[in-house]
Design a protein around this ligand. Structure first.
Ligand SMILES: Nc1ncnc2c1ncn2[C@@H]1O[C@H](COP(=O)(O)OP(=O)(O)OP(=O)(O)O)[C@@H](O)[C@H]1O
Ligand SMILES: [Mg+2]
Length: 281
């Protein structure tokens, strides 16, 4: 059986008296895009840093493509974008990627750098200094940096927090394209609508523990059917997807005109808020 891109088992981490992770199981399959959600301080970055080998767990194990986290093969298999990264301001985009090619031992050369800058919409900015880039441009450069050397697993810690709507869409499209190539992604984010659009599965952490996990559609609960008619919006709270055509037929038979039908379910935001108990850290 092929190894998971990422497999964490019973992962726990204490920083002195602070319990950052209290026994977390999490797997990212090959080609899967998993969203890791949770309030500030829930332990998301700690988990990602353990996967990178930057933080040692107090107990439990983490493996990347079958190799222990932090080992050379594990590090070679992953690309990482840290949450509060800064590249040297005097480097150009191209120089940042060149530096990371050397750090990662990538032989991709100019061709890889050009392709990556194109992928993140920075082809025109390859000679621009980091200091002269907007936050969003730096963040996109950070994503390009994580892709140096063609990793099998991408660990992205809030990669879109500084991006404008067009930049976010670019990253979303990019993530979908990477999934198409079979690359696995663990995406830390607070942007629930974005995660809902792009992730195959979500894992919600609170106070260092998994409080909900699954496909967004599996976690959602039905909330009835809403129908727009010439007499206003009619809400049928107990109806589901299968009842919608019958409801419309009844309304039409009663002489009403129907303009729209919506089968409602809880949004990821509602699922999230009920799973974490609406706490903020
Ligand atoms: N190096 C450290 N030393 C001591 N405590 C730490 C350290 N790093 C993290 N913590 C604590 O561990 C807990 C989890 O932090 P972590 O950064 O993993 O949370 P997070 O889910 O990424 O939060 P955010 O959404 O704010 O980025 C927090 O209570 C934090 O204060
Ligand atoms: Mg974090």
């Amino acid at each position: 059986m092929a190894a998971h891109a990422l497999a964490a088992r019973g992962l726990a981490k204490r920083y002195g008296s602070v319990e950052a992770l209290g026994g977390v199981d999490l797997a990212v399959e090959d080609g899967e895009l998993v969203g890791l959600l949770g309030p500030n301080g829930a332990g998301k970055s700690t988990l990602v840093k353990i996967a990178c080998g930057l933080v040692r767990p107090s107990s439990g194990t983490a493996e990347v493509c079958g190799a222990p986290a932090g080992s050379r093969p594990a590090r070679a298999a992953l690309g990482y974008l840290a949450e509060l990264f800064r590249f040297p301001g005097w480097y150009s985009a191209d120089e940042v990627l060149d530096l990371h090619q050397r750090l990662a031992g990538s032989a991709g050369g100019e061709k890889e750098r050009r392709e990556l800058l194109e992928l993140v919409g920075l082809a025109e900015a390859r000679g621009r200094k980091v200091d002269a880039m907007s936050k969003g441009m730096q963040q996109r450069l950070g994503i390009a940096q994580a892709l140096v050397g063609g990793p099998q697993l991408l660990l992205l810690d809030e990669p879109t927090s500084a991006l404008d709507p067009a930049g976010r869409r670019l990253v979303r499209t990019l993530l979908e394209e990477l999934r198409g190539r079979g690359i696995s992604v663990l995406l830390n984010s607070h942007l629930l609508s974005e995660v809902e659009l792009v992730c195959d599965r979500v894992v919600i952490l609170a106070r260092g523990r998994v409080v909900a996990a699954g496909r967004p559609s599996e976690l959602a609960r039905p909330r009835g059917v809403e129908i727009d008619t010439d007499e206003g919006v009619r809400h049928f709270p107990d109806a589901g997807h299968d009842e919608a055509p019958g409801l419309v037929a009844d309304l039409v038979a009663q002489g009403q005109r129907v303009y729209g039908v919506r089968v409602l379910s809880t949004t990821l935001e509602e699922i999230y808020l009920s799973a974490v108990g609406e706490q903020t850290g």
